[in-house]
Design a binder for this molecule. Structure first.
Ligand code: SF4
Length: 361
């Protein structure tokens, strides 16, 4: 029997929209810490076919979990409208997430609409890979530029211990190859590292992907949401991960590709490529955070660890003009001051926060 929880979506339809103070469509906007919005992450579904322990533990997200009804989730047209107006404020990159975005029917049509309406924008998607082999060609043809695949282990038993789903590692590896063959290379591969569960595979994962052209990223286990039972003891600090990799394969740090890049880059000294580290817990990167997040049902969040967002769906379905909507987007960003990872404490780690499966990572 799964534990009854109030769905985050129903609990809070959001914060009051801040005054728009005359910001017009098409103007770049910076928040209270001078960070300009650059990335928009869009959750296209709150559903997933995996139950990763760090994101969607089955005892909470069980069979009777009240996922969002279809009528409440944003249509493709609504998603594209928000993305287009955010592009006017400086957004250069769109990442489609979930839940598992490839579960959303016709997601490749959404990619095609975004590609048409946001020429020049960098279109990316994060997936667990389970449906990627079948979808790679259509996603590429629709205009997707890059793809990130989550893979927490090379061993089926450990993989299952992390994602609580009966899905073979081999099929995710095949999907990565299929995506690369369709031109979505280099593929980024995300590994969430949890002490005592899969950290023994850090070097094996590095060994598997170095020299392939794909970019493995190690992610520190995070206190996202309020359901994954996060403990600091289960975190393997990125410094320790780098030390382990370096002992096996000599590596050195590399400059970021762009301002605000999430992963710290490291390259192998023998020319066998690079890997990344995402250290939200031990090396906070809030100072350069330029990411906005749109939930499946149209809530705008300004931080992965926020507890509430702003209701854009009410504007979208309430007859707001593009000008009104653009001003609202800008006003929310301009009033943003999030820097959760810099102020994380044992108390904040236990506090109520939006679920990652609802707004995407
Ligand atoms: S904790 Fe929030 S503000 Fe800091 S980097 Fe993450 S999303 Fe950005």
């Amino acid at each position: 029997m799964s534990r009854k929880v109030i769905p985050v979506a129903a609990a809070a339809r959001g914060l009051a929209l801040p005054p728009t103070d005359g910001v017009r469509a098409g103007e770049p906007v910076a928040d209270t810490l001078g960070r300009r919005v650059r990335d928009l992450r869009i959750s296209v579904t709150d559903r997933c076919n995996f139950r990763c322990r760090y994101c969607m533990p089955r005892e909470v997200f069980g069979e009777d979990y009240p996922f969002l009804p279809h009528g409440e989730i944003l249509t493709f047209e609504e998603i594209v409208r928000v993305a287009r107006l955010f592009r006017g404020h400086g957004v250069a990159k769109i990442r489609l997430t979930g839940g598992e975005p490839l579960l959303r029917r016709g997601v490749e049509d959404l990619v095609a609409m975004l590609s048409r309406e946001l020429p020049g924008a960098d279109l990316t998607l994060t997936t667990n890979g389970s449906a990627l082999r079948a979808k790679a060609a259509a996603l590429r043809a629709a205009g997707l530029h890059r793809i990130t695949v989550s893979l927490d282990s090379l061993d089926d038993a450990t993989f299952r211990a992390m994602n609580d789903a009966d899905f073979p590692v081999a099929r995710v590896l095949e999907a990565i190859d299929a995506a690369a063959a369709e031109g979505l290379a280099p593929v980024k591969v995300n590994m969430v590292v949890k002490r005592g569960v899969n950290d023994h595979e850090v070097v094996a994962m590095a060994g598997r992907f170095r020299g392939t052209g794909h970019i493995l990223r190690f992610i520190e286990y995070m206190d996202v949401g309020a359901t994954n039972g996060w403990r600091m003891d289960d975190v393997v600090p990125s410094a320790e991960i780098v030390r382990r990799v370096n002992e096996a394969f000599a590596c050195e740090p590399v400059n970021p590709n762009h301002f605000g890049e999430v992963a710290k880059r490291w390259r192998y000294k023998d020319g066998q490529g690079e890997f990344g580290i995402i250290s939200s817990v031990t090396q906070a990167f809030c100072a350069t955070c330029n990411r906005a997040r749109l939930s499946t049902d149209g809530m705008l969040y300004t931080c992965l660890f926020a507890d509430q967002g702003h209701d854009l769906r009410a504007l979208l379905r309430g007859g707001a003009s593009d000008e009104d909507l653009a001003s609202a987007l800008a006003a929310v960003w301009r009033h943003r001051g999030d820097r959760y990872s810099e102020i994380r404490t044992a108390e904040t780690a236990r506090a109520r926060k939006v679920e990652m499966s609802y707004i995407g990572g």
